[in-house]
Design a binder for this molecule. Structure first.
Ligand SMILES: NC(=O)c1ccc[n+]([C@@H]2O[C@H](COP(=O)([O-])OP(=O)(O)OC[C@H]3O[C@@H](n4cnc5c(N)ncnc54)[C@H](O)[C@@H]3O)[C@@H](O)[C@H]2O)c1
Ligand SMILES: CC(C)[C@H](C(=O)O)[C@@H](O)C(=O)O
Ligand SMILES: [Mg+2]
Length: 355
């Protein structure tokens, strides 16, 4: 059986790290006698330059026909002054909506060897292992109207959620908690927002269906604080789109770098998309020094969630851990000792550890 993988490199370091993941997947294919077929399509700024749109129809069609999609990252200063419908980020939001990727799973697991790479105290972050379940196709990112009024002097963004949209992400989070430490933290702003009140009501209704899972509600501002003061109190966090975006970048500090955070974006029934939580990093793009691990671990999530290749996924995760344990690190991972390597060298080390 051949697994068809669509690659969407995008912009900046997205296009650098995605080929690192491909190299690692080729090693997996060799080691485990699997067949992956890759095809590359445009999204984001490069798609604007080549096709005049951040999300060409051809790209959407290719993704729909694929067995899984890998995405690097989109965006960059070249397009920062574009009108909003010609921003690279529109391509990303568009593909999430087109594939109905409502559930974004962002695991945050600290590697023992990288404890010193975080600016946080080691005794606080040791043992951090949590999963952020971020709603990905609703909320402020997709609410209408979203517009300027009164000659551009007033502005409206709409935070809209339907009961069904909240129910399905909450179910996904409870089910994820059942497979982990069975503790769910629902994060909202129910002291202020109507959308958060409905969110909290639905979590309360749903919890009777999952009696083995303990549930707590935490306001998003307090959660932001607790994430870095008491990270080991968390197991699964479920939250709406923008809160999840912000909290996941914050949580990456537990791992030492944003370049360590993978993600899976899943539909109810349909193709999954796998992308690092980080962006196109214009400040380091083109230098060959990006950390490819978030992207490589996203490829491992693809093997696990889309192809049910658990052993293969574990082989990637173990190779990453082994290479880190040997002291190799990219520039973003601060280290007192160890060996500084670039993107290609890190990828080659991980590939070698697999084979
Ligand atoms: N999924 C995505 O495609 C995505 C996600 C976030 C931001 N963006 C876009 O990326 C552009 C830049 O955004 P930003 O600078 O706010 O966020 P960013 O995530 O690109 O970078 C933030 C910081 O983290 C560093 N960093 C990120 N990933 C790294 C890696 N793998 N290795 C080493 N260092 C890494 C960067 O160098 C930078 O200092 C913007 O256009 C933004 O809209 C895209
Ligand atoms: C680029 C941006 C639209 C995107 C988001 O906010 O979802 C990014 O920050 C992410 O975390 O994937
Ligand atoms: Mg983000």
């Amino acid at each position: 059986m051949i697994n068809k993988i669509v690659m969407l490199p995008g912009d900046g370091i997205g296009a650098e790290v995605i080929y690192a993941a491909k190299e690692v997947l080729e090693a997996i294919a060799k080691k485990f006698d699997r067949q992956f077929e890759f095809s590359v399509h445009d999204i984001g700024g490069i798609a604007i330059d080549r096709h005049g749109t951040p999300l060409p129809t051809e790209t959407v069609e290719a993704c729909k026909k694929a067995d899984a999609v890998l995405l690097g990252a989109v965006g960059g200063p070249k397009w920062d002054n574009n009108p909003s419908d010609l921003r690279p980020e529109r391509g990303l939001l568009g593909i999430r909506k087109a594939l109905d990727l409502y559930a974004n799973l962002r695991p945050v697991k600290g590697f023992e060897k990288l404890l010193h790479a975080s600016p946080l105290r080691q005794d606080i972050i040791q043992g951090s292992d949590l999963l952020i379940v971020r709603e990905l196709t609703g909320g402020l990112y997709f609410g209408t109207p979203s517009e300027r009024r009164n000659n551009g002097e007033d502005v409206v963004d709409t935070l809209a959620y339907s009961r069904k949209e909240i129910e399905r992400i909450v179910d996904k989070a409870f089910q994820s908690a059942q497979l982990r430490k069975k503790h769910l933290t629902s994060v909202d702003k129910a002291n202020v927002l109507e959308s958060s009140k409905l969110w909290r009501e639905i979590v309360e209704e749903k919890k009777v269906q999952y009696p083995d899972v303990t549930v707590e509600h935490v306001l998003v501002d307090a959660c932001a604080m607790k994430l870095i003061t008491n990270p080991t109190d968390f197991d699964v966090i479920v939250t709406e789109n923008m809160f999840g975006d912000i909290l996941s970048d914050e949580a990456s500090v537990l791992t030492g770098s944003l370049g360590m955070l993978p993600s899976a974006s899943l539909a109810e029934d349909g193709v999954g998309l796998y992308e690092p939580a980080h962006g196109s990093a214009p400040d380091i793009a083109g230098q060959g020094i990006a950390n490819p691990i978030a992207m490589i671990l996203s490829a491992a999530m693809m093997l696990r969630y889309s192809f049910e290749m658990n052993e293969e996924a574990r082989a990637i995760e173990k190779a990453v851990e082994d290479v880190l344990n040997e002291g190799y690190h990219t520039k973003d991972l601060k280290s007192h000792d160890g060996t500084l390597v670039n993107t290609n060298e890190m990828t080659a080390l991980i590939t070698k550890a697999i084979l």
